[in-house]
Write a protein that binds this ligand. Structure first.
Ligand SMILES: Nc1nc2c(ncn2[C@@H]2O[C@H](COP(=O)(O)OP(=O)(O)OP(=O)(O)OP(=O)(O)OC[C@H]3O[C@@H](n4cnc5c(=O)[nH]c(N)nc54)[C@H](O)[C@@H]3O)[C@@H](O)[C@H]2O)c(=O)[nH]1
Length: 153
């Protein structure tokens, strides 16, 4: 039996820390709303080009979709989440890493693929995200950041 190859996409859960609010409530996550289809919200991500490395895809898509480049991001070690769902009857897998926006004041610049963006605290981000698997991923990211914080204290 030939198993159908899953469509593969990679992206970043981009977050920023506001200076004026004490942690962990100062953490906000970036979500983008598509300008097509159901106008759903997801972190920046997109399809892996043939031969492209996963992290390079995540960086390229984040630059294309949000205008945020590698030099503006700090990619975190030790966190990656894999989502699997079906799109038009085909299996799709999405890998998300975590990346902090170094300067929380950096402006987001959207492409034609998205019509809106939001910096949202974890619960608002989950409300926007809608999908259970993406909500779980956002909460896992938040727990990971909170655990990091505990270690520093
Ligand atoms: N005009 C038009 N054009 C489209 C359309 N569709 C695509 N284009 C074009 O394709 C290009 C995109 O290329 P990339 O940027 O490289 O790829 P991705 O970023 O991967 O983008 P996608 O939108 O293909 O993929 P998803 O976000 O995965 O959404 C697909 C479906 O999956 C569901 N879904 C989404 N997220 C989750 C989740 O976390 N969990 C679960 N469980 N389900 C989830 C949801 O139901 C959704 O409808 C663009 O240039 C468009 O021009 C469309 O309907 N009309």
């Amino acid at each position: 039996m030939v198993r159908e190859m899953a469509l593969r996409a990679c992206g970043f859960i981009v977050f920023r820390r506001l200076a004026v609010v004490p942690p962990p409530d100062n953490i906000e996550y970036l979500l983008l709303q598509t300008s097509y289809g159901e106008h759903h919200w997801t972190p920046p991500k997109g399809h892996v080009d043939p031969g492209e490395e996963d992290l390079i895809t995540a960086l390229r898509e984040t630059k294309e979709e949000a205008g945020l480049g590698a030099e503006q991001l700090q990619v975190l070690d030790g966190f990656v989440q894999e989502l699997r769902y079906e799109v038009r009857g085909r299996p799709k897998e999405v890998l998300y890493w975590l990346a902090e926006l170094r300067d929380p004041g950096t402006a987001v610049t959207l492409s034609d693929e998205h019509q809106d963006y939001r910096w949202a605290r974890v619960e608002e981000a989950c409300t926007l995200a809608q999908y259970k698997d993406l909500q779980d991923t956002l909460r896992a990211a938040h727990r990971h950041l909170e655990a990091d914080l505990d270690k520093q204290q």
